[in-house]
Design a protein. Structure first.
Lengths: 232, 232
DNA sequence: GAACACAAAATTGTATACAATACTGCTTTG
DNA sequence: CAAAGCAGTATTGTATACAATTTTGTGTTC
């Protein structure tokens, strides 16, 4: 996006930039849950010492995006079925309320921004880049939390959405025809109209739809934990 | 508590143990908001290198207990009035729901544990140790979140309670006669009876009481941000 | 041939050394 | 005398070196 020259410019990567790059890659499903994140590999990739890589990994582990086990190193987290339920239940608790607040406070600029987000999302889908579409979809939710003006809760939601990305990578059912484009569009409409009740209700049903589009049966649970235990 | 011998035993402190020790000290108001947390000082105190101290500080900064600014080091966070409101609004959103879930799931052992907590709280108050009483009071809330069985939300609440401790240190009004002992006791009663509605309502009013016992007027805001800007 | 034991390699945890930045106090100057 | 400039000190940021632990591969034994 920034510079499309041949090689990456020798920009001094900071721990934050590395965390963000990894976070983006995870969001876009470029790195699968369970993938080992070796410190030496990353330090070579980003041209910094392990010190700063470790800081980035620690940062990501605090939001449960990566899993650090002592003397075992870091790997992309793979949430269990229980955790998956918890994350979506938390979202169903927080986000409808947040959408209501956002409906109260949304300005014309906010609405325009959200519509641009949706537009980008469609473009990513048309470009057959579902990873980026998923990332933008998460950004849409984050943006609503920001509009609501509750930075604390917005922070929580941000981590929940990050974890949702992992959950979707693990448990998404192909069969379920997801058409959240409409859901997002309707939500923006409610926000633009300052219709609090509708915004809250649309957000709730949207999240319930997402939640039920996951395959969170037990059988997978066993497979997952075995695979998890084996994965390096 | 552990060993009351003369000097501290040469136990190898880990980054987690340091973070917990600092967290406890902040909870108990042994360290005031704004206090500088120099890396060299801490590394000497705990007998480890700055590496592990930095990890501990980073960990605490992620839950907003300490504030790290580049090239400026770490200091105990001092939440603004806006942040204070946000924290309590978030608590008022999360905790009543959590209390409801806890009322459903609380076992006899849970109730006994909570009653022991309240007892300890009273003992700390009698021993004229309000810092410890405050810490135990926070632990009471954390425990309820744990009983509710939603680890994700419980984690959020834990960070909110930690930040509440800072907020209370900054904005508590002496005048307000706090008698939350009764509130906690009544809450345990509702949990023991599995009375969801009452538990939710008691928690909500308890939090509203706490919130309104803070002095969050603007005038302090200016004083605070000035002091904040000056405090190294 | 399978299982165990042990040695070698790789990886993470911690400490230390060096570089960069911010802070302090003095001197100088108007 | 106030204010700005400058040198010295202190503190943080990063890289590297070493220690500890885990993993891997090989050889031995039953």
């Amino acid at each position: 996006m920034t510079r499309s020259t041949v090689s990456t410019p020798p920009k001094p990567a900071t721990s934050d930039s590395i965390a963000q790059a990894l976070s983006l890659a995870i969001h876009e499903h470029k790195i699968a849950p369970g993938t080992k994140l070796g410190e030496d590999d990353l330090s070579e990739i980003y041209g910094v010492s392990r010190t700063v890589v470790r800081a980035a990994l620690q940062s990501l582990s605090h939001i449960k995006l990566v899993d650090i086990r002592r003397n075992k190193g870091a790997s992309v987290a793979s949430p269990s079925i229980i955790e998956a339920h918890e994350v979506f239940e938390a979202r169903e608790l927080l986000e409808p309320r947040t959408a209501r607040s956002a409906a109260l406070r949304a300005t014309a600029a906010d609405i325009a921004l959200l519509e641009r987000h949706i537009n980008d999302e469609h473009k990513a889908l048309d470009a057959a880049d579902p990873g980026r579409a998923l990332y933008l979809s998460g950004l849409f939710h984050t943006e609503i939390a920001r509009i609501a003006g509750q930075a604390t809760i917005a922070g929580f939601i941000e981590t929940l959405i990050a974890r949702s990305s992992l959950i979707i990578a693990l448990y998404w059912r192909r069969e379920s025809a997801l058409c959240e484009k409409h859901a997002h569009h309707a939500l923006v409409g409610a926000l633009a109209d300052h219709n609090e009740q509708q915004a809250e209700e649309l957000m709730r049903s949207h999240l319930v739809d997402l939640h039920s589009a996951l395959d969170l049966r037990e059988r997978h649970g066993r497979t997952l934990s075995l695979k998890d235990a084996l994965s390096q």
